[in-house]
Design a protein around this ligand. Structure first.
Ligand SMILES: [Zn+2]
Length: 249
């Protein structure tokens, strides 16, 4: 049983925003790019759960959020890993401050919880090297003490299945992931293409997955099991830009 619609929890009105990321300050650009990669990893989590028929012992959305941190930590050097984790966490925090009523019925946990979970897992992956990260994001000590174990559990749980699709060293890159340009910001499309090239060099998904960067009519991102496709909505990119400008990044 799979959810039909799975995506980040950003149920707000689409902003009237026509700016592209090329017009942004470096901080705002980092924020948008970091979030796009974190969201791509999250949606890849849904794709892997679907394609590998993975057991999910809890909320699938939490499992997908965990994969986003596991991949940000595992695939990137420290500076960029921090950029992805910080952007993802900050977006949850900003979203929680937008005055929307918390939807406890939603398949996603509340934004504030997703914020602390993201900060905790990323800190827990390297507690000695990321004490400043935990401090900056105000992770309470009581939770911080548990985070190394939480990350180990997430890393080992996802790692067992990532290992199954990891290419052998020297193998030709996979071709399962592709990007379809649906008319969004060309720089975001290039970002997705570059990331997918990197992912195809490491992992071979069992079935093809097309990543669409396209208008969806709402601020969101999705994995569709029926078509085995991911949509990164242009409205979501616009929303991230609005968040970045609003937070004066
Ligand atoms: Zn999701």
């Amino acid at each position: 049983m799979r959810h039909l619609i799975l995506g980040v929890c950003l149920a707000v009105a689409p902003p009237a925003c026509a700016q592209g990321i090329a017009d942004l300050s470096p901080g705002a650009r980092d924020y948008v790019e970091g979030n796009i990669l974190g969201t791509l990893y999250h949606e890849m989590g849904h794709a892997l759960i679907d394609q590998l028929d993975l057991p999910v012992l809890g909320q699938e959305e939490d499992a997908a959020d965990m994969l986003a941190v596991v991949l940000a930590h595992g695939l990137w050097e420290e500076d960029y890993a921090r950029r992805v984790a910080a952007a993802t966490a900050l977006s949850f925090l900003l979203s929680s401050q937008e005055g929307n009523e918390t939807s406890y019925w939603d398949v996603h946990g509340p934004d504030e919880q997703r914020y602390y979970n993201t900060v905790c897992l990323f800190y827990g992956a390297n507690p000695e090297g990321r004490a400043d990260f935990a401090e900056l994001f105000e992770l309470p000590e009581d939770r911080a003490a548990l985070c190394p174990e939480e990350f180990t559990l997430a890393d080992e749980s996802w790692g067992a299945f990532l290992y199954e699709i990891e290419l052998e060293e020297g193998a030709d890159p996979a071709t399962a992931l592709t990007v379809s340009d649906g008319g969004g910001d060309p720089e975001i499309t290039v970002l997705l293409q570059d990331e997918i090239t990197d992912l195809n060099a490491i992992y071979a998904l069992p079935e093809p997955v097309v990543v669409h960067h396209e208008p969806c009519g709402e601020v969101n991102a999705f994995y569709f099991p029926e078509t085995r496709s991911i949509s990164i909505c242009t409205e979501y990119v616009d929303y991230l830009i609005e968040q970045a400008i609003g937070a004066e990044l």
